[in-house]
Design a protein around this ligand. Structure first.
Ligand SMILES: Nc1ncnc2c1ncn2[C@@H]1O[C@H](COP(=O)(O)OP(=O)(O)OP(=O)(O)O)[C@@H](O)[C@H]1O
Length: 256
């Protein structure tokens, strides 16, 4: 059953307008005796201009939720709405355009193209969408991310932290409605990780970006405004203004 966008909660619990919403999402892998409900009826809103971390024990459905929200995976039932656009049921070609033009991605493994310079990697989503960069915004990103003297380097000539900062610039350059970050600090040392997280937080506070991040790390989650907890494919609570201690406590209560 498809529910019209207008019937899905219009006033998220956070009191913020939602950038992206999941309504009764279910994702079942396999069939019969071996079927696994990776998501088992998840309804959650992510407010505009907020930084939300998704946490939970291993296998709780974090990646599946992020992939369904980002249009990278198709839920078995339920809805995903990006603004007022329903992603569920959308043809692949249209979803590809939405991912390119309205969503930014930061992955654990950076996912930069090895043959392109840092600058060309940053500009790639705009190039693919035949969009012109906003020169001032591009300059701001490059400066704030400390990439000015690295723009002509290829990824193999950059440190992990620098590569991830290029990936963050690439995710933000088109001012997407949501940036999804999947374990963005998983391959970084603690100092580079803190820089990337600090920048993601700054993009939210200063530039109004919406960020949704999956992480295992309570310290990383404490950079967010809110933590959404999953357990066994269901929502298992949330924390506002998380600290590493409050996140660790909540995870312990879930048996993680
Ligand atoms: N392609 C797949 N086929 C079958 N089962 C899958 C598939 N992808 C995920 N699952 C199962 O769905 C459940 C949720 O997986 P998911 O990767 O979303 O969890 P997670 O919370 O991201 O885990 P982790 O923290 O270990 O990365 C797990 O039981 C997993 O084994």
């Amino acid at each position: 059953m498809t529910i019209p966008a207008t019937t899905v909660s219009q006033a998220p619990a956070t009191g913020h307008r939602a950038a992206i919403r999941a309504h009764e999402l279910r994702k079942v892998y396999g069939e019969g005796d071996t079927a696994v409900a990776a998501l088992d009826g998840v309804s959650v809103d992510f407010g505009v201009g907020r930084f939300t971390a998704i946490m939970g024990p291993s296998g709780s459905g974090k990646s599946t939720l992020m992939h369904c929200l980002a249009g990278l995976d198709t839920p078995t039932s339920g809805q995903v709405l990006l603004g007022e656009t329903e992603l569920t049921g959308m043809p692949d070609a249209e979803l590809t355009k939405i991912r390119r033009d309205r969503i930014g991605f930061v992955f654990q493994s950076f996912n930069l193209l090895p043959m392109l310079t840092a600058k060309d990697n940053i500009l790639l989503p705009l190039e693919l969408g035949s969009r012109k960069p906003d020169a001032q915004w591009l300059d701001t990103l490059i400066e704030v991310l400390g990439l000015s003297d690295r723009l002509t380097h290829r990824p193999s000539e950059l440190s992990g932290g620098q590569q991830q900062r290029v990936a963050v610039a690439r995710a933000l350059v088109g001012r997407p409605e949501v940036v999804f970050a999947d374990e963005p600090t998983g391959n970084l040392d603690s100092r580079s990780g803190a820089e990337v997280l600090g920048f993601l937080r700054r993009s939210v506070r200063e530039f109004g970006q919406t960020v949704v991040m999956v992480t295992h790390d309570p310290l990383a989650a404490s950079y967010a405004d809110r933590v959404v907890m999953l357990a066994d494919g269901k929502l298992a609570g949330e924390l506002d203004q998380p600290t590493p201690e409050s996140v660790l406590d909540a995870l312990r209560r879930l048996g993680a």
